[in-house]
Write a protein that binds this ligand. Structure first.
Ligand code: SAM
Ligand code: SF4
Ligand code: F3S
Length: 473
């Protein structure tokens, strides 16, 4: 295996599509006459999509591909798409349209679209009709079949649009090629069963299914052996991990088993759903060596009426109680959250309850979204009389409040010395970006050689989101 594939976590012997990767490699070596084929992959959306793109990169590496930073010289251009909000979909349509001229001047390139958007029939139909230069379309349930689909595209020269709906099987054998050498995502489950009334994810990712703890532990052990320092376990609702498995295991138990693996690494996870966030989970974080002091716990709305309409299955008081328990057990814990503004029927009084919840819990940061109607979800057909301008005003009010809170929280950290992972060089010469256990970014003077190592940093000044510090050793 080439040296640059050393991160390829694979069980190549079991990879059923191996023969297709070899066939693609042969076709490309004939076409490229000794030059390395290049792929450009653009990933939209959440970490789940990033993890999927890394599987596609794994398969492409086995096909002999390297990866380009721009589409210009690529033999394959692939967009892995997100359907969560209309804006995300519009960006994809715009960026696909922009490839028309490139395809005209280089007809041999393959343009492929995959991911959550492509699991929606109306989208696949629109791509078929309006973007005839797109060669291959497949959804989240067909990722493991990518090498076969690409082979068919190259061989038969036909457009391939796959509408695969079977979401029951987890394909463990697919190789993974990660970006970078010290941060890794490990999906522990796929899909979602919650059907929050606004959310497209269960419709495009299928039913929830957990990987076996043995597979997850094997991946994490391998990553730690390979020197990875920051490992994030992924799932749409990690707190319900284990449901449907033959083994009897909870998410907290899985965390304890991983935490027992010796080594110098950090363990993160996302996303937690408040309805399943147990005291056992909080106690596990509190007693662990490697789990980060950060909880991403989306509350979506502070109004019980709206939470009910969202089908979230917890109340404002449930949320406040679990957040208070977490902060009592882990005083240094940083909580972040997702919030939707302008859900159908949200009055200003409902929104005011979101503001008071934000004040009461004291988040370190918030991911805020204006409600976006998604065809196929329950909320799509709900009466929505709030004017867009009013929604924007509420959104701005929420941002302003959170800025003040973030500023207060950052100011309180000034003077503290904290352990960080140095993650990257910044645009400013001689500066590096570091992340604390609580997921807070600190900029400090430093060099490339520090990237991927743990350091102690003293915090010297505080902005709203980025703090400044000095690396002590
Ligand atoms: N599974 C996670 C959870 O339950 O918190 C989050 C998944 S979703 C990919 C990320 C965030 O997008 C959600 O927490 C929600 O705030 C936001 N979101 C989802 N659907 C949305 C919609 N239709 N309009 C606006 N925001 C939406
Ligand atoms: Fe969407 Fe709700 Fe599932 Fe999260 S838990 S992915 S918001 S349906
Ligand atoms: Fe988007 Fe799919 Fe993630 S809809 S947010 S990429 S699960």
């Amino acid at each position: 295996m080439p040296e640059n594939n050393k991160n390829l976590l694979q069980t190549m012997g079991d990879f059923k599509a191996l023969e297709y990767t070899q066939a693609v490699a042969e076709i490309m070596s004939l076409r490229k006459r000794g030059q390395v084929p290049l792929a450009y992959i653009r990933t939209y959306g959440c970490q789940q999509n990033v993890a999927d793109s890394q599987k596609i990169q794994g398969m492409l590496s086995l096909c002999g591909f390297e990866f380009a930073d721009t589409p210009d010289d690529a033999d394959l251009i692939l967009f892995n798409t997100c359907a969560v909000r209309e804006h995300a979909e519009d960006r994809v349509f715009g960026n696909v349209g922009a490839l028309k001229n490139l395809k005209r001047s280089h007809p041999s390139i393959t343009i492929a679209l995959c991911g959550c958007m492509m699991e929606q029939k109306h989208i696949a139909d629109r791509i078929y009709k309006s973007f005839p230069f797109v060669n291959l379309v497949f959804g989240t349930h067909s990722i493991h079949n990518f090498a076969k689909l690409y082979y068919e595209c190259l061989t038969y020269g036909k457009r391939i649009i796959v509408a695969e709906t079977d979401d029951r099987v987890i394909h463990e054998e697919v190789p993974v090629k990660r970006d970078g050498e010290f941060k890794a995502f490990v999906p522990i489950m796929y899909g979602c069963d919650n059907f929050c009334s606004y959310c497209i994810v269960p419709h495009v990712r299928g039913r929830e299914k957990s990987r076996s703890s043995a597979s997850v532990l094997a991946d994490v052990k391998q990553l730690i052996n390979d020197g990875y320092k920051d490992i994030t376990l992924l799932g749409q609702n990690v707190n319900s991990y284990g449901k449907g498995l033959e083994e009897n295991i909870t998410f907290a138990e899985l965390l304890r088993q991983i935490d027992a693996i010796p080594g110098d690494y950090r363990l993160r996870f996302m996303t937690s759903h408040p309805k399943d966030c147990s005291k056992e989970l909080i106690d596990t974080i509190a007693g662990s060596e490697h789990i980060e002091r950060h909880l991403h716990l989306p509350f979506q709305s502070g109004s019980d009426r709206i939470l009910k309409a969202m089908n979230r299955k917890y109340t404002r008081q449930d949320y406040i109680a679990i957040a208070a328990y977490a902060k009592e057990k882990i005083p240094e814990l940083q909580i972040t959250s997702d919030v939707i503004v302008g859900f159908p029927g949200e009055t200003y009084e409902d929104f005011a309850q979101t503001l008071t919840l934000v004040e009461e819990v004291g988040f370190s940061s918030l991911y805020t979204f204006i409600f976006s109607p998604r065809a196929g979800t329950e909320a799509f057909d709900m009466q929505d009389e709030t004017l867009p301008q009013e929604k924007s005003n509420r959104f701005a009010e929420l941002l302003k409040l959170q800025e003040e809170i973030s500023h207060r929280r950052s100011a309180a950290m000034q003077g503290q010395t904290v352990k960080v992972l140095v993650e990257s060089k910044t645009d400013k010469p001689g500066m590096v970006s570091c992340r604390t256990s609580g997921n807070i970014i600190i900029e400090a003077q430093g060099e490339q050689s520090m990237v991927g190592t743990f350091k102690q940093v003293q915090i010297t000044s505080a902005g709203n989101y980025v703090l400044k510090g000095i690396i002590l050793d």
